[in-house]
Design a protein around this ligand. Structure first.
Ligand code: CA
Length: 329
């Protein structure tokens, strides 16, 4: 055994549709012998590949949880071959609080991998995913959006990997997800991410950023629902034809994609998500909040491309990610 205290209430190796929980013992003031109950659905029909589909890795991102709730409630046994493991809200305490990190331990699940079996609640979840869920999977889809502080053009992403066959398999799955944008993604810091944990095990991995601002839209939810089913079809688990629409290919060649804020103030976007921008052009201005009559600070693109991501709230702080510019391939 892995020494992890989390116990599933449903089997992972029996044909049928099973809805239950991952129980994480969490002794606290209002429940001495209580547990965190993370909803999970396992749908299995015969031999075949396993897909692990997760949302709510960050608790304030909703496309994944909505699409996965719908999938868990509607997936039919006769339509699949193999196994689908669905966890709509992986960091469930964060999801219930509507916050990026867990209110129990302030844990950011996507910076907690590979986790610890005897660590904090969030570290225990990470460790269970790392040692139990990921090893069962052939393909993993982890839904993200921007949360309360970022907003994105809707994209699915694969990472640059050392093993080019592995990368090609991830890119093919990302293309099957078929978001309006398909990105080769550069992470600011990949340490501790679920992404990295999956890729290090040689599994096919797709992530997304489908919107943001701490909410979801009808359009972004539609992209998520179609993407999950397309991915299952691509994996050979779900029957039926892929539903494919045009997708713009994006690349993030280097750190010049990111614009970080070196001031605090009120942000005035000069362009919107998806708009084209040339290197050196103004992306946004930051106005002082404490006095009038002062010119704003201009922030400029360090490369040409489209605005892929932006800071969402109206006020910005020093060190925040202000904008991301991606190259259109
Ligand atoms: Ca996220």
């Amino acid at each position: 055994m892995t020494g992890n205290p989390i116990s599933p209430t449903i089997p992972f190796d029996q044909d049928g549709i099973h809805h239950g929980f991952l129980c994480l013992p969490y002794s606290r003031d209002d429940s001495a012998w209580g547990s965190v109950m993370i909803p999970i659905t396992v749908v299995q029909s015969g031999d075949g590949p396993t897909a692990l589909l997760t949302g709510g890795n960050h608790g304030d991102e909703y496309e994944g949880p909505i699409a996965l709730q719908e999938l868990a409630a509607t997936l039919k046994l006769e339509d699949i071959r193999g196994r689908v493991i669905i966890v709509p809200a992986l960091n469930h305490p964060a999801f219930l609080a509507g916050s990026r990190t867990s209110p129990i331990d302030q844990g950011n699940l996507n910076r907690s991998f590979p986790g610890k079996p005897d660590g904090s609640a969030t570290q225990k979840i990470a460790h269970f995913v790392d040692t139990v869920l990921i090893p069962m999977a052939d393909i993993v889809l982890d839904f993200h959006s921007g949360g309360k502080t970022l907003d994105f053009v809707p994209f699915a992403a694969a990472h640059v990997l050392e093993n080019k066959d592995h990368q090609a398999a991830c890119v093919a799955a990302m293309q099957a997800f078929n978001a309006p944008y398909s990105a080769t993604m550069l992470e600011i810091d990949s340490v501790g991410m679920l992404d990295t944990a999956v890729e290090q095990k040689g599994k096919v991995f797709v992530t997304t950023e489908l919107g943001g601002g701490g909410t979801a839209t009808a359009r972004s939810i539609g992209i998520a629902k179609k993407g999950a089913r397309n991915l299952l079809k691509h994996a050979g688990i779900l029957s039926g034809e892929l539903e494919l629409n045009p997708s713009v290919t994006l690349d993030m060649p280097d750190g010049d994609c990111f614009v970080f804020c070196e001031h605090s103030g009120m942000i005035e976007p000069v362009i919107d998500l998806g708009d084209e921008i040339a290197e050196g052009d103004v992306i946004a201005q930051v106005w002082q909040t404490e006095r009038s009559g002062v010119a704003p600070i201009e922030y400029r693109a360090k490369r040409s491309g489209i605005l892929m991501a932006r800071h969402f709230p109206g006020l910005v702080k020093m060190g925040d990610c202000l904008a991301v510019v991606a190259k259109v391939v």
